[in-house]
Ligand binder design. Sequence first.
Ligand code: 13P
Length: 254
Amino acid sequence: MRKKIVAGNWKMNCTLPEGKKLASEVIHMVEDRVQNDAQVILIPPFIHLTGIYSLIGSVSNIYLGAQNCHQEREGAFTGEVSASMLVSAGASYVILGHSERREYFGETDELLAEKVKFVLDNNLTPIFCCGEKLETREAGDHENLVGQQVATALFELSEDEIKNVVIAYEPVWAIGTGKTASAEQAQEMHAFIRKQIAAKYSQEVAESISILYGGSVKPENAKEIFDQPDVDGGLIGGASLKSKDFVDIVKAFD
Ligand code: 13P
């Protein structure tokens, strides 16, 4: 029931020609070489969405996502992008609450609760990010913090709504640092998140939600992480900018 997913978050990288080249390479390699049924999600900057969408065309198992969206339907919010705009540009997914948005743009779990609800109402699938900073892990408070992030942002949703959320656990200390969480650390936190969902909703709901790991996933470590029973795939940053590395990560599911 849980979907396997490998999502590439390009962050603020690639001009349009660079992005089109990267996407074309990934699409061709996935078509030719990937043997599994994992969903691949390309998540470029907003301005590249339509260009990349036209490249994906009808290739099965490859989807488009955005990196953020605003919580209001429309209006005087200069510089912002709405959920319906993302849908009209071809996006099926949207990352919400990435640690970089929390850190540099002050996004809180209360705001994220609004965004998650709003994008679900607009038929987009949120990829809700959670994860602790290094000092929180060192203080042994990581489960507490992640539990609170998940509860505040997601636990007002109905059972039917939360089933359509994808969660990404991204320990902040592992993002872009080359320092991956061990497979055991990832499994432990994913199992904890799933247990919280089961306690609040039901085992059936908890078993229907994909939980991705993010933070320095590379071709060399993807298989060990993806093999963990509660890890359903990855949210990939740096390695998603190199087509071969990204596709090798997708192939970890073969
Ligand atoms: P890296 O894979 O570069 O560590 O980034 C992870 C991430 O933030 C994906 O959203």
